[in-house]
Design a protein around this ligand. Structure first.
Ligand code: SAH
Ligand code: SF4
Length: 387
């Protein structure tokens, strides 16, 4: 029988096995799965279709617990960063990004209008009730680990060191805790694995969560971002339903990348590009190459042209992310000015590479990329702990 220690992380087949083991018909197992993930029920007592004896057994043997909201920091643009407490006390961060602007990234360049890292273009309108009004889009950014051992020099999560893998149920639990707080469900939802941690170092938890997530939203609405753990590509590539893939490239040559991302010494850029080339893409789809722009380090038009050269032959669009600076954790690294960002993007577009420039979401709540720090208190921010 599957382990009941992570009930939110069990897929439909596992719940059927649990039902069989408890002497019940398999449809009872499916009912449990559907109640949790399709109807987003949060407690066993809400499972009105199940007999009382089953509800009681679930309460006793498969206690449900969503991560608790320990902090909630709201930005002027409506995005919210959550500090979520897991059952063992560790803190992870998730970010809610509302509305139209959550569509993805600002795009000042003609070529870049081709798409976005979040796969919005293909999602089609979600339906609401009987009307064909599309639900307002929103995006939730999830963590996959409680820290990150990959140790990128420009990333606050990385500066704070490694953590443990989240279970599939803990990953989904973040999403459900955020959904409850903002009063939304699967309609209009996009999910990005761009929070704390390296998803490819936690294939079990991430794939488990993806498989359940894909029961409620299209894989095209889900993006996993990896720093390029080369051996893990194959495991994700063989999934019958695959998310959009974003790979953090961040430099066009091995030396600069090793300086920014020491993991390059273990998994060189050349191998990461090769793994991208082999990634099974549906037709008309592209991978995303994320590229954090750091002033004077990797942001010149010559860097952009070198990058275009390295990406040749790969169906890819570049998402340039101007560095979210942090004077304490990332001292010494600076965000390029607007002119430099523009020149970099233009050079890429001129070389025929689709490019978008990512707008930071919620930097005033330190919710932007690379600013998720989880376990440490950030005393510089006003924190509202409402729960
Ligand atoms: N570990 C995964 C996913 C989480 S990081 C990965 O590295 O891809 C998500 C994205 O945020 C990555 O593309 C990363 O390069 C970017 N990022 C990290 N720190 C940043 C910072 N200080 N400013 C801007 N982007 C940053
Ligand atoms: Fe980890 Fe991604 Fe941050 Fe690098 S950028 S330290 S891989 S979370």
């Amino acid at each position: 029988m599957p382990s009941l220690s992570d009930p939110l992380g069990l897929d439909r087949a596992s719940w059927e096995a649990v039902a069989r083991d408890w002497g019940l018909p398999p449809y009872r197992g499916r009912q449990i799965f559907d109640a949790l993930h399709l109807r987003r029920k949060r407690s066993w007592s809400a499972l009105s279709e199940a007999p009382r004896s089953l509800r009681e057994r679930l309460v006793a043997e498969a206690p449900l617990a969503l991560p608790k909201i320990a902090r909630r920091d709201e930005s002027a643009d409506g995005s919210r960063k959550y500090g979520l407490r897991l059952s063992d006390g560790s803190l992870v961060e998730a970010v809610f990004m509302p509305g139209e602007r959550a569509r993805a990234q600002v795009n000042e360049f003609e070529d870049a209008r081709a798409g976005s890292a979040m796969g919005d273009r293909d999602a089609g309108p979600a339906r609401r009730g009987k009307k064909s009004e599309p639900a307002e889009r929103y995006t939730v950014c999830l963590s996959s680990q409680t820290g990150c051992a990959v140790d990128c020099a420009f990333c606050v999560t990385g500066r704070l060191g490694g953590g443990r893998n989240l279970t599939a149920g803990e990953i989904l639990g973040q999403l459900y805790a955020v959904e409850d707080d903002v009063g939304r469900g699967a309609e209009g939802l996009r999910v990005v694995f761009m929070g704390m941690g390296e998803p490819f170092l936690n294939p079990e938890g991430v794939i488990g969560a993806l498989e359940i997530l894909f029961e409620t939203i299209s894989p095209r609405r889900v993006t996993v971002s990896t720093s390029g753990i080369t051996p893990a590509f194959a495991r994700f590539a063989e999934l019958p339903r695959r998310p959009n893939l974003a790979v953090s490239i961040n430099a066009a040559d091995e030396e600069t990348r090793a300086r920014l991302m020491p993991i390059t010494r273990t998994y060189p850029l050349s191998g990461v590009l090769e793994a991208m080339r082999r990634w099974p893409l549906e037709s008309h789809r592209r991978l995303t190459a994320e590229y954090v722009l750091i002033a004077g380090v990797n942001d010149s038009p010559a860097d952009a042209r070198r990058l275009a050269g390295r990406l040749k032959g790969i169906a890819v669009k570049v998402n340039a992310i101007p560095l979210n600076a942090d004077p304490i954790y990332l001292s010494g690294w600076k965000r390029p000015d607007e002119a430099a960002i523009g020149a970099f993007a233009r050079a890429l577009a001129d070389a025929g590479v689709p490019v978008t420039v990512r707008r930071s979401r919620g930097p005033d709540a330190s919710a932007a990329c690379g600013q998720l720090k989880g376990r440490t208190q950030d005393m510089r921010q006003r924190v509202s702990a409402r729960r």
